[in-house]
Design a protein around this ligand. Structure first.
Ligand code: NAD
Length: 249
C-alpha cells in the first residue's frame, strides 16, 4: 500500500531513454514509480540503479486486452495512481510508399491505441480520488512535416489532439492532461534515426537554435513540473522541450 505523502506514478517505457530519465526525476522527488516495459532486463537494471521507489512491471502494451487487469493489479497492490506518463513509443523510418498497412497499424497500436486504452483504465482509478496528472509524449513530427516517418507522425499528431480532448473532458474530475513534445533528444531511438543519416542530423542541428541535441533529463524536468502542484492550473498544453527546434528558422 501507499505510504503517506508518497505519490504513485506509472511511466511506460521507463526502462530506457526518456522514460528512464523521467523515472529518475520522479524517484529523486520521492515519487514511487512503476515502470512498464517489454524488456525485463532493462527494467531490472533500472530498479538496481534507482532503488525501492522504482517498481518494474514487464508487459507489452500493444496487448490491449491485458491492460485492464494490469491496471487493476497495480491499484490493488500499490493503491491509488496519481500520475501517468504515456512515454512508450516506437518509430519507423521508411519512405511513404514502402510502408505496409501492417507496419502503419503496428505504430498506431503502440503509440496511440495503447495510450488510449491505458489512460482509460487509469482514469477510472484516478476518478475515484478526484485528482491525477497525465502526461503524453508527442514529437517534433507533430509540429512540422518530417519525411519518412508517416505512421509515427500520424500517431503523434493524434496524441496532441487526444491530449486536448482528454483535458477538457477530465477537468471536472480533477485530472489534468498535458503533453510534452521533445525535440531531438540523445537516446537509442534518435541514434537509430540520425546516426546513419548525417544529412538528417545536420538538418536537425541547423534548425535547432540552441545547436545541440537535448538530454533525456531535460524531458524528465519538464515531466516532473507538469506532474506536480506547481502546474496545478495547467491542462491541455503541448510543451515543446526542444532547444527551439519547433520555432527554428
Ligand atoms: P527508447 O526506444 O529508448 O524508449 C522507448 C521505450 O518504450 C522502450 O523502453 C521500449 O521498451 C518501450 N516500448 C515500446 N513499445 C512498447 C510496448 N509495446 N510495450 C511496452 N513498452 C514499449 O526511445 P526514447 O527516445 O526514450 O522515446 C521515448 C518517447 O519519446 C517515445 O514516445 C518517443 O516517440 C518520444 N520521442 C523521442 C524523441 C527523441 O529524440 N529521442 C523525440 C521525440 C519524441
Amino acid at each position: 500500500m501507499q505510504e503517506k505523502n508518497t505519490k504513485l506514478a506509472i511511466v511506460t517505457g521507463g526502462g530506457s531513454g526518456i522514460g528512464l530519465a523521467i523515472t529518475e526525476k520522479f524517484v529523486a522527488h520521492n515519487i514511487r514509480t512503476i515502470i512498464i516495459g517489454r524488456d525485463r532486463q532493462k527494467l531490472d537494471a533500472a530498479k538496481d540503479r534507482l532503488g525501492a521507489l522504482c517498481i518494474p512491471v514487464a508487459a507489452d502494451l500493444s496487448d490491449l486486452g491485458a491492460i485492464p487487469a494490469l491496471v487493476q493489479d497495480i491499484t490493488t497492490r500499490y493503491g491509488r495512481i496519481d500520475i501517468l506518463v504515456n512515454n512508450a513509443g516506437i518509430n519507423l523510418k521508411k519512405p511513404f510508399t514502402e510502408v505496409t498497412d501492417q507496419e502503419f497499424q503496428q505504430i498506431l497500436l503502440t503509440n496511440l491505441t495503447a495510450v488510449f486504452a491505458l489512460s482509460r483504465e487509469v482514469v477510472k482509478q484516478m476518478a475515484h480520488s478526484g485528482s491525477g496528472a497525465i502526461i503524453n509524449i508527442s514529437s517534433m513530427a507533430a509540429q512540422y512535416g518530417i519525411p519518412k516517418v508517416i505512421a509515427y507522425t500520424a500517431s503523434k499528431s493524434a496524441i496532441e489532439g487526444m491530449t486536448k480532448a482528454m483535458a477538457v473532458e477530465l477537468s471536472p474530475q480533477g485530472i489534468r492532461v498535458n503533453c510534452i513534445a521533445p525535440g531531438f533528444i540523445a537516446t537509442d531511438m534518435s541514434a537509430k534515426a540520425l546516426d546513419n543519416d548525417p544529412e538528417r542530423k545536420q538538418k536537425v542541428l541547423s534548425r535547432t537554435p540552441m545547436g545541440m541535441l537535448g538530454a533525456p533529463a531535460d524531458i524528465g524536468d519538464a515531466a516532473l513540473f507538469l506532474a506536480g502542484d506547481a502546474a496545478r492550473y495547467i491542462t491541455g498544453v503541448v510543451l515543446p522541450v526542444d532547444g527551439g527546434n519547433s520555432i527554428g528558422f
